[in-house]
Ligand binder design. Structure first.
Ligand SMILES: Nc1ncnc2c1ncn2[C@@H]1O[C@H](COP(=O)(O)OP(=O)(O)OP(=O)(O)O)[C@@H](O)[C@H]1O
Ligand SMILES: [Mg+2]
Length: 265
């Protein structure tokens, strides 16, 4: 029996003959909050695509929960087995309330109208717990389309959480948020990782620094280094390929052009 919720070994993914993930190996523990950082094109999102069955590797294995070989399952099966992912594209129904959105998600594929009329107690329980967890209890009856950007993002996280994943995958959950919203998202990540594993891709280094979590730095499809943020930040190679650019940008006369996606400090 493995002590890792996710065991990635020797993973190779190629697009048009170019290796995007290059013999990548990593482990994520049970109830661990892990951050994945690295420059644009490092392969971060591609790794999530492999874990969720959207991209097939050329080689290597990804084992979930000690027994599920992800290559043998479709994306919807992996979701049912406990791999939850929040996509950046919105998945809420703007005309439904916050509670209705969670209820629909909690019921999976059951017919929508029947669901909203009659909700089994276990589902209502899960919805109530999720509402409290994402801090939207007082907004439960508000139509999702009327929520602020931050609230919508928390609802999106709630929609995945209410399906009770064992592993939650988030790609830049704090993107576009105000400082206050980011702080609340940080608190939410702490809370949800107490009893499930969470893997977070993030470019905002100030955001990552608030956690005592392990940070994995991906570069050119490989793990460059892994450890606490303080250690990662002091690593010369990490400064060279990722963090350093930002430091120099402050004194450089002109930015190189592409700002979005660089490490933000
Ligand atoms: N479907 C695809 N077909 C071809 N190339 C792809 C595809 N998806 C990703 N790539 C390429 O694979 C590389 C890794 O992309 P990926 O999106 O995983 O990077 P990332 O680390 O998530 O970057 P970012 O920080 O910009 O989101 C990039 O060079 C990208 O252009
Ligand atoms: Mg990406």
């Amino acid at each position: 029996m493995s002590d890792a919720i996710l065991a990635v070994d020797d993973l190779v993914v190629s697009f048009d003959g170019v290796r995007v993930l290059d013999e990548l190996s990593l482990r994520i523990g049970y109830s661990e909050l892990r951050f994945l950082i690295g420059p644009n094109g490092a392969g971060k999102t591609t790794l999530l695509d492999v874990i969720t069955g959207r991209v097939r590797p050329v080689r290597g294995t990804v084992v979930f929960d000690g027994r599920v070989d992800v290559r043998r399952h479709r994306g919807d099966e992996l979701a049912r087995l406990g791999i939850g992912r929040k996509f950046q594209a919105p998945s809420v129904f703007p005309e439904l309330t916050v509670r209705e959105n969670l209820t629909v998600a909690a019921n999976g594929s059951a017919p929508l109208l029947r669901l909203l009329g009659r909700t089994p107690a276990t589902v209502a329980d899960r919805v109530a717990r999720t509402l409290a967890l994402i801090g939207l209890g007082e907004r439960a009856s508000v139509r999702a389309g009327l929520l602020s950007h931050g609230e919508k993002q928390w609802l999106e996280i709630g929609i995945v959480l209410v399906q009770e994943p064992k592993l939650l995958l988030l790609d830049e959950p704090a993107a576009g948020m105000t400082r206050a919203e980011r702080d609340r998202t940080g608190y939410l990540l702490q809370q949800i990782s107490t009893d499930r594993s969470v893997l977070v891709i993030e470019h905002d280094m100030q955001f990552v620094r608030q956690f005592s979590a392990t940070v994995t730095v991906l570069h050119a499809g490989r793990v460059l280094t892994e450890g606490p943020m303080a250690m990662v930040q002091a690593n010369e190679q990490v400064i060279d390929v990722y963090l350093g650019r930002q430091r120099h940008a402050a004194s450089a006369p002109a930015a190189s052009g592409k700002e979005d996606g660089d490490a933000r400090d």
